[in-house]
Design a protein around this ligand. Structure first.
Ligand code: AMP
Ligand code: GLY
Length: 425
């Protein structure tokens, strides 16, 4: 079949790598892709939010399936756009319609969903500019630290953890009255702080049945020892040693099953990935957030552990036959080190020539922010430049290999964390 993958990050490179291995994948297109995705298929110069252009491309090229990598097109309704068009309504889109994507697109929607279906989560209340005063009065009762979340998509920046009441009050005013995060903070969820250790669990669903994919842990802070500014993610590991069988059973019973059943009860169709961000609080799972897609850089560690044919699983999602498919997961450990541009996550260097890829010994290389210039050189274009993933027997070997291979790549301003996963050994 002919598959169109949307996105341009390390996640999409990992998807392209995995999809292209399938005998069922006759042709793969990636829009817009990056210098790495071009090894596995054909890059197409279209923006992920250009629904009309993407539909036109799908029609002209006989696309049989669309896989959406990032959240923005889903929240904006690309799946709905395909369904509303006579020319494209028969083409399966992997990724929910706009209503299901609200699980990520609106923190208030997702909190209401969790509460309605008894899914364990921090107690919270939602405030608007009209109820700012009530919000300010509620804050002293919420305990400290307190978490303030802009309701809408805010490029991963809309969550503030405030350690003093004054800071929380000031931020609530900034968000509600001064649009600190634009329209995204026209509603704010005020939530209790959860103490524990974070992990991500991924589910693939056809709306009826589901498969639990490998879990992963992401490292969000830019500095070693989890210090410094938040980033999109500096590395990941899978599996997560502290998410043992007993804990994952609780996740399935308390979170995954109620989520799938809840979507059905609410008549929300959902075909695609559900990213469940969890806190392990002394052995019990509590929801932090849903995302309507896979994580980046979690995907880079999750997909190499899936031994089954991903295209076949996605066909199961499209056709509602996921329960008939087998999901085989490797016992090996995958570790991903994200190499970033100098200055990231602030203003960062770009257009730097990258060398040394041929020296990688035993890792997968997933391009994220790269492009190929007229001379054929690979150059940097994004903050997160390239992900190095190693799949090995055991965590130590995977971490050591990924870190060693990352150091074989060079570009001006190159940086990566050398401590990804070492806290878990
Ligand atoms: P979110 O965008 O909801 O994933 O939040 C971003 C980050 O803020 C999460 O990855 C957590 O590290 C942190 N966070 C969010 N909600 C809470 C909470 N209730 N308690 C503690 N940390 C949280
Ligand atoms: N790595 C976190 C995310 O993809 O949202």
């Amino acid at each position: 079949m002919k598959i169109l993958l949307l996105g341009s990050g390390g996640r999409e490179s990992a998807f392209a790598w995995k999809l292209s291995q399938s005998p069922k994948c006759e042709q793969l297109y990636i829009a817009p892709g990056n210098a790495g995705t071009g090894q596995y298929g054909t890059n197409v110069d279209l923006k992920v939010t250009d629904s009309d252009g993407i539909k036109q491309f799908a029609v002209e090229n006989g696309i049989n399936m669309v896989l959406v990598g990032p959240e923005e097109p889903l929240v904006k309704g690309i799946h709905d756009d395909f369904l509303a068009d006579e020319r494209t309504k028969h083409i399966p889109v992997i990724g929910p319609q706009a209503e299901g994507a609200q699980l990520e697109g609106s923190k208030d929607f997702s909190k209401q969903f969790m509460n309605r279906h008894n899914i364990p989560a921090a107690t919270s209340r939602t405030f608007t500019p009209g109820t700012l005063q009530e919000g300010l009065e509620y804050l002293p009762k919420a305990g400290l630290p307190v978490v303030l979340k802009a309701d809408g998509l805010a490029a991963g920046k809309g969550v503030l953890i405030c350690t003093t009441l004054e800071e929380a009050q000031d931020e609530l005013v900034q968000m509600l009255s001064h649009a600190k995060f634009g329209a995204a903070s026209s509603k704010v969820v005020v939530e209790r702080f959860l103490q524990g250790i974070e992990l991500s669990v991924f589910v693939l669903t056809d709306g009826n049945s589901y498969k639990v994919l490998p879990s992963a842990k992401d490292y969000k802070r830019v500095g070693e020892g989890d210090t410094g500014l938040n980033t999109g993610g500096m590395g990941s590991v899978s599996p997560v040693p502290f998410a043992d069988e007993k804990f994952l059973k609780k996740v399935e019973e308390r979170v995954i099953i109620p989520t799938i059943e809840g979507l059905k009860k609410d008549n929300i169709p959902y075909k695609g990935f559900i990213f469940i961000g969890l806190m392990n609080c002394y052995g019990d799972p509590y929801m932090i957030e849903y995302n309507c897609r896979m994580g980046d850089p979690e995907t880079e560690s999750v997909l190499p552990r899936i031994e089954s044919d991903l295209v076949d699983l996605l066909i199961g999602v499209a056709e509602g036959t996921l329960h008939e498919k087998e999901l085989k997961i490797s016992d090996k450990t995958a570790a991903t080190v994200m190499m970033v541009a100098g200055g990231y996550p602030g203003k960062y260097l770009r257009d730097k020539v990258m060398t040394g890829m041929e020296n990688i010994r035993d890792s997968l290389v997933f391009h994220a922010g790269t492009y190929q210039d007229e001379d054929g050189d690979i150059r940097t274009s994004g903050g997160r430049v390239i992900a190095i993933t190693s799949l090995q027997d055991g965590m130590f070997a995977a971490l050591q290999q990924a870190t060693a291979d990352a150091s074989r790549i060079y570009y001006d301003g190159m940086y990566f964390r050398k401590d990804i996963g070492f806290d878990l050994l």
